[in-house]
Write a new protein. Structure first.
Lengths: 468, 422, 487
């Protein structure tokens, strides 16, 4: 596996007035089909098998931990008074955040006509859905009696004679995350229908053909269908874009509507959204950079794509840094004793190590992307992205744990210590995520072939126009 | 696709790229009339009380600053994203953004009132403020390390310096390219757009804290900078649509700015109406839900008497009506309707700024809280805003005469003219 | 060929290699007046709508209606559930809290609108449609790869096989063919049915079990998966526990804490003794008292009993025998009620006196309550009659408020202590009421405010008159009885 840039394939330099190509080499429509389909059609590589086995083992470990949790109770976690939201909520916010880049790349970049999205949006959307699955697991098991979690649904119950409390941000969260999961799934699936039809038409095996035939709904590529399809896709994108904002906004409401010092601050909604996009893009890069070389997709996922994503990481990382600064400034400017204490405590209290890890990873490390060399060297991109992921996990840890561990009642103050179950569940959730992602790589079209072909057509057309 | 062939770009000296004479002639009358209206409005405001006159002036100033700063952001972000569609309207934004320089001059009265006024405009400037309001002295002592006239002035100079430097740099680059057609100018402007946006965000956010938020000295909201920024970007897009429409009406840019560009501006207007709503609703919800007196104070003042009516107007007419109005693609593809909505939204943005600033004036004798100051007060506020707007438009037209109304040699001009929505 | 001709011809299709040739062909076909045409492409081709004359879709309207339905559903649902059907206040917010209802309203709007867009697209496109005559030709598989197809339907009024073929030929179409019905088996393979049937069968089982359980009765107890969650192992008040060193399930107050409602109640208030003074005259006793209060569970040294010697008659007896002044007399009792005595406090004292004291001391404090009368009646051997509270030795000058408080708290002779039943504040209220009772027996009219005197005198006259009448009546009755006896 080589991560070096093939000669002559650097498309990050753009002459003003002439757009750089997004599909490289002398690629035809058929080449795109071949490149993408071979990922799923050839025999699985050893790397894939090993990766899958490790992920699957971790997933089983997660399952065992969850069963153990159900059997013994939530005491198996390190959640103790006054820190009742420990790692489960940290992990939830972390995964939901990661789940934002996919739909964001798809929806917002689509609305802004950023054509470079086409070769990365599919994998990013898949990542969204799997991250939401991981995220949804944690509040689900955090409710204590997970088998009664259906009480959250507003259904007319003959036993309870009551309804959920809609003035609580936690219920908004239920609606937001489930709506987000559903709409992301629709968006992902709808984008895949034409490509599944390609899989159908290429499959030699009868059963395979039938399975992909059902999944592709009998897609024929009719222009009328395409017209309505594009309209529906644009509409879904138009809904998904504010939805992405709303979901992490509502997650931030979980904290910000309370009066806990360090949580109750109005910048939380945009700051959480920026942080979510930030971590999501970092995760996309962490996955896509190795995947593009392992799956042989360098001509479609080009250095230019990576460069653009690094720039978004840089931008959102700086917004997050600005938000950290603003919070500190207003805590001092507001001169409310509790707020001032909460922020001093964050930076210099018992969790100083977590805070400075967060600042180093989230604010300082993405600043390296100012340097173009770093934005175009795959292994550096992966390293920085992993740092960003670590930093974003710590951000949630800092918010949840430091504020709770120093609440209004000093006699209740305590220090949070995770248990082995906490650790196992965090690692196990990565097992769940990668199991799903690796299965996706084998079974589904990892790149949006139809749209990439459309980009290529435009590229042909422009080259053609320049000839005149 | 061969149905719409690559468009031909007119030569740089084509009259369609010059400021129409009808508009150029308006420059001097606008300047003089605007200045007169501004002075009369300010004086009229003083008949309510001194604080009211200064606040009406500040409202007009902040309103105009948001327009200029929003346009600056528009220009920076177009370079940052290497946007192609917007080239035909970018010069309009560039002309608006350099109005930040005359605005810096117009800021002098605010500083004067701060240095000589003792709390006329900014109550924290009143030496007795803390005692009169029974504030904790330790907290107040800490706070007045930030809120002092001297430091405030220095910060204002820093903000204006940053904005003016960015505006000048991008304006000069663009105008220079008009002459030379040098493509490397575009590269250079793009290269600096990243750091420029960062500087811009810092300056804008803190300017909002200083100039508007500190009117209520004890109130704070971390979101406030974003809130003012959201309105500012919305207003800038509206102003672009208005500018393009007026220029076309007067005969310039008729072939360059197409329905597609109005469609896009309409989409951005729609999007930023949504964004403004999102930010202001989030701020309101968090404060309403938390229900802490230090914070609810700000909204409480803005729900008393006629301010409450304005708050409702903002909900229904700054959000709901334009949201529904701009929902349809047919509206966004009709230049006249886009122009109409843009003018309407500019008015709504003014009400938003007015509602942020005016409730913090000193109440008139015997009143419990500040009011709109009766007929005189309302007329004064409108004269100030209208006057300053006219004055700046006059100056801008004067600048526009020296140059062209579109970046004629921009390497992406052809792409922009040919641009089509999907 | 002959076989094909027997089958129904749906239309004619031609294959093109590039977007531009397809678009050209589309325009030619449109200009030739064909209406029922369609193009099939591997990706959406920009501009083909115009080239083919396809009208815009109604999908946005469907989506708009769905979205508005979502908003309305969410708002009505939340208002109905939280404000009408099951209203209760949470964090001081109104029942209909519109700001709090916005997030869910937004989410449901998006959800419904997205369903509208997704399924609306299905419906308008007639998807899913698994069988399509276009798929008959294996060449058509490349429509999802790199080939473009143009199709004219035979239902088109201008349709004529020859002229369409010619048109396709002119525009560079290749592999021009008639689209005929699929002759492959249209049967769905049996295993699919089997799998589908199995899935349905298995998915019905849980439902059937639930249904059965809901309609049948069973004598065996319910199965408890999580026994200790169904039956909480919480302890009752007096139960023992192995968890704590002292073996008790009930926990005392945490040392150094103050219970709710007891803020500001110092030792003086809790004992009725002037502790500073006591510390001066009898420092060890003061220390013992404080320790007992701070740590009621740790037993004090045996001599500690004499703290409140009144509880044990022997001790006081011994003290009397020794002719030494009793501790009761040397203790520096509080002279005054530490509470502000007002009408409210007296009412409280009256209430508690009525509940706890009057059974023995009588409602008027005369010492002849129900228990006393009963004890007399049954001639109880060891009964010590309760004191009348109106004897001079119990008046304020001889029996200070603090001492009275102490007696109520710790008891005296047969009387038990009430400290564990009546809160300190309420005991002080009783003290205040007792003082009022005492005063009521000897009060002069001068103490009554001027404006109410008349009223009281009036009532006094009425009562006296009644008493006189009563006495008169009794005297007469007596006389009559005497007369009758005399007869």
């Amino acid at each position: 596996m080589s991560l070096a840039i093939p000669n002559g394939l650097d498309n990050t330099v753009e002459q003003p007035g002439q757009r750089a190509p997004l599909v490289l080499g002398d690629t035809t429509y058929h080449d795109i089909t071949e490149t993408v389909c071979q990922v799923a059609e050839r025999r699985p590589s050893t790397g894939w098998v090993i990766g899958f086995l490790i992920s699957f083992a971790l997933l089983q470990w997660l399952t065992i931990c969850i069963l153990y949790l159900f059997y013994v109770g939530v005491g198996v976690w390190g959640n103790r008074s006054p820190i009742f939201w420990g790692w489960p909520i940290v992990n939830f916010v972390f995964w939901v955040g990661i789940g934002h880049a996919g739909t964001l790349i798809s929806a917002i970049l689509f609305l802004f006509r950023q054509e470079w999205r086409t070769s990365i949006n599919r994998a990013a959307e898949a990542m969204t859905i799997f991250a939401v699955v991981c995220a949804g697991t944690f509040p689900g098991i955090h409710v204590g009696r997970a088998w009664l979690a259906y009480w959250l649904a507003p259904y007319p119950s003959l036993n309870l004679w009551m309804w959920p409390q809609f003035r609580s941000p936690l219920l908004w969260d239920v609606f937001a995350v489930s709506t987000y999961g559903t709409v992301s799934l629709l968006f992902w699936y709808m984008g895949m229908v034409p490509d599944l039809a390609t899989f159908r038409d290429r499959s030699k095996n009868k059963w395979r053909r039938m399975a992909y035939g059902i999944l592709s709904l009998g897609w024929s590529g009719s222009s009328r269908h395409w017209m309505r399809y594009e309209k529906a896709y644009a509409l879904l994108a138009a809904f998904a874009a504010p939805l992405v904002l709303s979901v992490h906004t509502i997650v931030s409401f979980d904290f910000a509507v309370s009066q806990v010092p360090g949580w109750h601050t109005t910048i939380f909604p945009p700051y959480f959204v920026a942080g979510a996009i930030f971590s999501g893009f970092a995760m996309v890069l962490t996955l896509m950079v190795p995947a593009r070389s392992m799956l042989g997709l360098e001509k479609l996922i080009t250095i230019r794509h990576l460069d653009n994503m690094c720039k978004i990481i840089l931008a959102t990382g700086s917004i997050v840094g600005l938000a950290y600064g603003t919070e500190f400034f207003i805590a001092w400017y507001g001169q409310v004793q509790e707020e001032k204490f909460a922020f001093t405590n964050r930076a210099f209290g018992p969790y100083w190590w977590a805070y400075w890890t967060m600042v180093t990873c989230n604010v300082i490390s993405p600043q390296l992307f100012w340097i173009k060399k770093f934005r175009t060297t795959p292994w550096i991109i992966v390293v920085i992205s992993i740092f960003v992921n670590i930093g974003m996990w710590f951000e949630r840890f800092v918010i949840v744990v430091t504020s709770l561990s120093r609440d209004y009642l000093p006699s209740a103050w305590a220090y949070f210590t995770p248990t082995w179950v906490d650790w196992s569940m965090l690692i196990g959730s990565f097992g769940l995520f990668f199991t799903l992602f690796l299965l996706f790589c084998r079974l589904m079209p990892v790149i949006n072939m139809a749209e990439t072909k459309a980009t290529l057509a435009k590229q042909y057309h422009m080259a053609h126009a320049d000839d005149h | 696709m061969s149905e719409h062939d690559a468009p031909t770009v007119k030569t740089a000296d084509d009259p369609a790229f010059q400021l129409p004479a009808s508009l150029a002639a308006l420059s001097l009358p606008l300047c003089l009339g605007g200045l007169a209206a501004l002075v009369v409005g300010w004086a009229l405001g003083h008949t309510v009380n001194a604080s009211f006159g200064m606040a009406a002036y500040l409202t007009a100033l902040v309103y105009c600053v948001t327009l200029a700063v929003g346009s600056l952001f528009f220009v920076l972000i177009q370079h940052l994203c290497r946007a192609g569609w917007s080239v035909v309207v970018r010069r309009i934004a560039e002309l608006i953004m350099i109005m930040i320089i005359p605005l810096a001059v117009l800021f002098i009265p605010i500083i004067a009132s701060l240095l000589f006024g003792e709390g006329t405009l900014y109550r924290w400037d009143d030496p007795n403020y803390a005692v009169d309001n029974h504030l904790p002295m330790a907290a107040w002592a800490e706070k007045t390390r930030w809120l002092t006239p001297g430091w405030f002035t220095i910060r204002a100079i820093i903000y204006f310096a940053i904005w003016s430097a960015l505006a000048l740099y991008y304006y000069r680059g663009s105008v220079e390219q008009d002459q030379t057609g040098d493509k490397s100018v575009t590269d250079r402007l793009q290269y600096w757009s990243g750091p420029a946006v960062m500087l811009f965000c810092g300056a804008t956010s803190f300017a909002a804290f200083d100039w508007v938020m500190s009117l209520a000295p004890m109130w704070f909201s971390t979101m406030f900078g974003v809130y003012l920024f959201a309105g500012s970007v919305l207003a800038a897009h509206c102003l672009l649509a208005v500018g393009a429409y007026v220029l076309q009406e007067q005969g310039a840019l008729r072939d360059e700015v197409t329905i597609e560009h109005y469609h896009d501006l309409g989409k951005y207007m729609f999007g930023f109406v949504f964004f403004w709503t999102y930010i202001s609703f989030s701020q309101y919800l968090l404060i309403w839900y938390g229900n802490i007196p230090e914070e609810t104070e700000w909204f409480w003042h803005r729900q008393l008497g006629s301010w409450g009516a304005l708050a409702l107007i903002l909900i229904f007419f700054h959000w709901m009506l334009p949201f529904l109005g701009l929902l349809s693609r047919h509206v966004r593809r009709n230049p006249t309707l886009v122009f109409g909505w843009a003018v309407y939204l500019l008015l709504m943005h003014f009400i938003d700024v007015y509602w942020m600033i005016m409730p913090e004036t000193q109440p008139v004798e015997g009143a419990e809280y500040a009011s709109m100051g009766g007929v005189f007060g309302v007329v004064s506020s409108m004269l100030c805003a209208g006057g300053m707007l006219a004055l700046l438009t006059g100056v801008m037209l004067r600048v526009a005469q020296q140059t062209r109304v579109v970046a004629v040699q921009d390497p992406r001009l052809r792409e922009s003219i040919a641009f089509e929505n999907i | 060929m002959s076989e094909n001709q027997e089958k129904k011809v749906h239309g004619i299709v031609a294959e093109y290699e590039s977007v531009d040739s397809l678009l050209d062909a589309c325009r030619r076909v449109r200009d030739a007046g064909y209406k029922k045409t369609d193009a099939y492409t591997p990706f959406p081709v920009h501009g083909i709508d115009k080239a083919l004359g396809i009208k815009p879709t109604h999908l946005p309207w469907i989506v708009l209606v769905c979205g508005l339905t979502g908003t309305a559903t969410a708002l009505l649902m939340q208002i109905w559930m939280n404000a009408i059907d099951y209203p209760y206040i949470i964090s001081g917010k109104p029942f209909i809290s519109l700001p709090a209802f916005i997030p869910v309203a937004f989410e449901l709007t998006v959800l419904f609108a997205s369903f509208g867009a997704f399924f609306g697209m299905w419906a308008l496109n007639g998807l899913p449609r698994f069988s399509n005559p276009m798929f008959t030709d294996p060449r058509f598989d490349r429509v999802t790869d790199d080939r473009f197809f143009l199709y004219v339907d035979s239902k088109d009024p201008r349709f004529d096989e020859g002229s369409v073929q010619q048109l396709f030929n002119e525009t560079g179409g290749q592999h021009i063919q008639s689209v005929i019905d699929d002759d492959s088996s249209s049967k769905i393979p049996k295993p699919i049915f089997a799998i589908w049937g199995l899935i349905v069968a298995f998915s019905v089982i849980p439902l059937l079990i639930v249904l059965k359980m809901r309609v049948t009765n069973s004598s065996s107890p319910r199965f408890h998966v999580f026994y200790d969650m169904d039956f909480s192992p919480a302890k009752d008040a007096q139960q023992g526990s192995t968890l704590f060193a002292d073996g008790r399930a009930m926990r005392p107050d945490v040392p150094g804490t103050v219970a709710r409602g007891e803020v500001g109640q110092d030792m003086n208030f809790l004992t009725g003794i002037d502790m500073e003074e006591l510390d001066r005259v009898d420092s060890p006793r003061a220390e013992r008292l404080v320790n007992t209060h701070l740590n009621p569970l740790v037993p004090q040294d045996p001599d500690g009993n004499d703290d409140d010697e009144a509880t044990s008659p022997e001790v006081s007896a011994q003290a009397e025998a020794a002719q030494e002044p009793s501790v009761m007399d040397t203790t520096p009792w509080l002279k005054e009620n530490p509470l502000d005595v007002d009408r409210e406090l007296l009412a409280l004292g009256q209430q508690y006196f009525g509940i706890y004291c009057s059974v023995c001391h009588g409602l008027n404090g005369g010492g002849n309550g129900l228990v006393n009368r009963r004890a007399r009646k049954i001639l109880a051997q060891s009964w010590i009659p309760p004191s009348s509270l109106h004897q001079e030795s119990l008046y304020e000058d001889k029996y200070p408020d603090g001492k009275l408080f102490n007696t109520i708290s710790n008891g005296i002779r047969k009387m038990p202590g009430y400290a564990s039943q009546i809160k300190a504040r309420d005991r002080w209220a009783i003290v205040a009421y007792v003082r009022a009772l005492q005063m009521s027996q000897n009060a002069s009219i001068d103490l009554v405010p001027q404006d109410r005197r008349e009223e009281i005198l009036e009532r006094q006259r009425e009562v006296e008159q009644k008493l006189e009448e009563q006495a008169e009546a009794e005297r007469k009755a007596e006389e009559e009885r005497a007369k009758r006896a005399g007869k």
